[in-house]
Design a protein around this ligand. Sequence first.
Ligand SMILES: Cc1cc2nc3c(=O)[nH]c(=O)nc-3n(C[C@H](O)[C@H](O)[C@H](O)COP(=O)(O)OP(=O)(O)OC[C@H]3O[C@@H](n4cnc5c(N)ncnc54)[C@H](O)[C@@H]3O)c2cc1C
Length: 512
Amino acid sequence: MHTRTTPVLIVGAGLGGLSTALFLGLHGVPALVAERHPGTSLEPKARGQMPAAMEALRAAGLERAFLDAAPPGRPEMTIAIAESVTGRVFHSITEAMPDFARYSPAPTGMVSQERAEPLLAARAAELGADIRFSTRLESFTDGPDGVTAVLRDLTTGEAYEVEAAYLVGADGHRGGIREAAGIGAHGRGTIGESTSLLFEADLDLALDGAAVQMHYLQNPALPGGSGAFVSTDTPGRFVAAVEARAPRDEEGAREIVRLVTGLPELEVKLLGATTWSTACRVADRFSSGRVHLVGDAAHVMPPTGGQGGNSALMDGHHLAWKLAAVVRGQAGPGLLDSHDAERRPFAECLVEQQYANMVHRMSPHLADDTVADRIDPARLLFGYRCPAGAFVPEPTAPSDDALFEDPAAPSGRPGTRAPHVPLAGGSTRDLYGRGFVLLTDDEGRRSAAERAAERLGVPVAVPALAGDWAAAHGVTPSGAVLVRPDGLIAWRERAQGDPAEVERALRVVLDR
Ligand SMILES: Cc1cc2nc3c(=O)[nH]c(=O)nc-3n(C[C@H](O)[C@H](O)[C@H](O)COP(=O)(O)OP(=O)(O)OC[C@H]3O[C@@H](n4cnc5c(N)ncnc54)[C@H](O)[C@@H]3O)c2cc1C
């Protein structure tokens, strides 16, 4: 058996694995990606990129490609809770959605998983990733000096060894890496079975022409009493889903499509049916030894709210710079402990929020006192405060330990997302994505940061800031804010202080 080496082996070329490979590439580390399927997903599944994901894609040079890949139609999403596609609308989710433009310079993306994955894969390969399709992980051992994995090329049947410094388990909800790494999981478990029917029909007159249409359905006539309708990337092609194992015979399936659309005479061409489980499950830890989990391997949630795909992508974004810094010798291995500390509390909350959405939008009969209060979407998506992680914490009162804050009044404290402040020609958010960034107007700190960057061998940009950036970060212009490559605040000092503090902060964050 021949052996090859790679700094990072990623198993799974879904949104989580490809995102990790993409951002590792952006930080100068070429990863090896093994995917057992012969190509990327052939199903549209997860649709939509939240502005934070679009910011990350902008930094990776992919924003334009994602905007261009949106399906045809009016560039917006129509999301409603209704009786059927043409029946009574109980609630318009789109209309109730806050305007995210005050929190991010990036738009919302509308790309499906089927189209997103090839874009990520192509750019990741351009940045150095070696993506091997039809390649299955057979086994691995995690040792003190590295991971040894056995991969099998499914086209030739040949098995070979890979030695990697780190293994990223991006192998989805059915993958085996989590358990093989000795990591348990907790949560509500499997909630039910759903059936998705892919079909073609002439629905133009019944729809409003928006590029993405999504209806959550509550209707006792449907099997299981609830369902969903989603448009795809192809005009005239749609998915109807019901919360049950629906009949697989053609006429029974057509009947479901007619109930979902509310059009009893609709001509329906069925293209396929898949059955899948809805589940709420979170890994007990996101890291063990040299193994780190991202995406569905770490957390499985109902699709209501569209965060499964987004969180897979963002897990990769947040993990990649840390792995890259450790692999490149810029950080100590302790930096990687923050993957679990930062991402798991968020995932725990997200899973319960998607469940609460599911109960609200599709399954009111499941309402009970275990269902979480729903968090305002802006707060959930922009207001997360990491309770611990790779940042210099500030003392906070016990009464101020909430996991989320109002992003309209950002605290600027370390462990939160650096706010979007419009600057001449852009936003502070456009400054992030590659290395560290120090925001300050103080000359002493600017040159201290440049010296620290050189001494530590870590990129720290100190941009000239044309705009009132300081107040939104809770500092004065002669204060300073250190922002990590993933746009999270690492450290701040409210007013002028010892310039050497910048280096001390970097050392804390980087475990040096
Ligand atoms: C019907 C449906 C609709 C959905 N809709 C939405 C939505 O609207 N919005 C949203 O955000 N999310 C949605 N989701 C969830 C979303 O699809 C997932 O959260 C997302 O795909 C997770 O990405 P991932 O990369 O973690 O896992 P996956 O996409 O599952 O990728 C894991 C990959 O690992 C590979 N793999 C597993 N084991 C091995 C092995 N041993 N060797 C090599 N490769 C391996 C698999 O083949 C797979 O390609 C939906 C899911 C489903 C099923």
